[in-house]
Design a protein around this ligand. Structure first.
Ligand code: 3EB
Length: 330
């Protein structure tokens, strides 16, 4: 209840989740806005900024000019750097990011381990100890055969680095390959002073229960996370996976429809309003640039009004052509 939010200061922080929007503006102007927790830029053309709230992701957008992703919170925002971690906090929420060059940490596995150990160690000392949502972007995600595939080795390192940090359950997550030449692992997260509510998809096997064929370490993520305060759902990377199997190999339209069915199933099991609209910013990661137009058309026809950001990214199974993640606000 609104009244309760006003009366109890410690809960007031969670009456409103961070609001995520895609905006066509300059980074400096976005960073100057009150309550700005994070500003994410996409692609190579983007300059680095010193502000720890700024994150330049290696993912190339299909839109020009590329919008910025802005996260705003209610409350004063402070920011800093601790070792390799760039962070900001405000209103009971914590944004933290780390970008590591694999060549400085051995390989993808040891780099992932290092990133997660650093993030978990950092978060453990903050008031916002509940990691709700994590995004992972790595180079050449499908390179390597069998258990040596880089995504599978990333999963090994991630699990080792996180240790028992997610004993209460895994956060929602995305793991996508970027096409930048630099072997950069970029991981960022949203954490909170209050726990969220993990959501699984009844159409899918929970990722941490995937059978051995997908690698020695099952992926450590929940399908979605209802944020504390209950007005927002953070949706993990969602693709055309049914049970544990990839569906509709090499069929973009069928994968898009199956992905949408998975997204709708998630809303339903999360008790969120059905359907996606202006209150549900989504990102689509598209493997082949030639498919971007068809993905855009799919959004126009099947997800009208949805703020959509299309990015060039490789999905962690080579047969998957598209993956969608994002937010649903009540
Ligand atoms: C899937 O359903 C697709 O390893 O963090 C989606 C979201 C996927 C997150 C991760 C992987 C991850 O298995 C892949």
């Amino acid at each position: 209840m609104v009244q309760g939010c006003e009366m109890v200061a410690s809960q007031a922080a969670h009456c409103r989740a961070p609001q995520v929007s895609y905006r066509n503006m300059e980074a400096a102007a976005a960073l100057a806005e009150p309550g700005m927790l994070a500003v994410i830029g996409f692609g190579a053309g983007r300059a680095e900024a010193d502000d720890p709230r700024w994150l330049a992701l290696a993912l190339e957008p299909f839109d020009a000019p590329a919008p910025l992703e802005c996260w705003t919170v209610e409350g004063e925002v402070v920011a800093g750097c601790t070792g390799a971690i760039r962070w900001s906090r405000g209103g009971g929420w914590l944004f933290a990011s780390i970008s590591l060059d694999e060549t400085e940490h051995g390989d993808v596995e040891s780099t992932a381990e290092h990133a997660y150990r650093a993030l978990a160690g950092f978060v453990a000392e903050q008031p916002e100890q509940h990691v709700l949502r994590v995004w992972n972007y790595l180079t050449a995600i499908n390179d390597g055969e069998g258990d040596a595939e880089r995504y599978k080795r990333f999963c090994n390192g991630r699990a080792r680095g996180m240790g028992n940090a997610f004993g209460e359950g895994f956060p929602a997550a995305t793991a996508i390959g970027h096409l930048d030449r630099r072997p950069l692992l970029q991981v960022y997260l949203l954490a909170s002073t209050q726990p969220g509510l993990r959501v699984e998809n009844p159409r899918q096997v929970s990722a941490w229960r995937y059978p051995r064929q997908y690698g020695p370490t099952p992926p450590s993520f929940a399908r979605a996370m209802r944020l504390p305060g209950s007005d927002a759902l953070a949706i993990s990377g969602t693709a055309a996976v049914i049970g544990h199997a990839s569906a509709h190999h090499d069929d973009l339209q069928a994968q898009l429809e199956e992905t949408l069915a998975n997204l709708e199933a998630l809303l339903s099991s999360a008790d969120m309003p059905a359907g996606f609209d202006t209150h549900s910013p989504l990102k689509a990661y598209v493997r082949h640039p030639a498919d971007a137009r068809a993905v855009r058309d799919f959004f126009r026809q099947r997800l009208p009004g949805v703020p959509a950001l299309l990015l060039h990214g490789d999905i962690c199974r080579s047969e998957l052509l598209v993956e969608i993640d994002g937010w649903r606000y009540a």
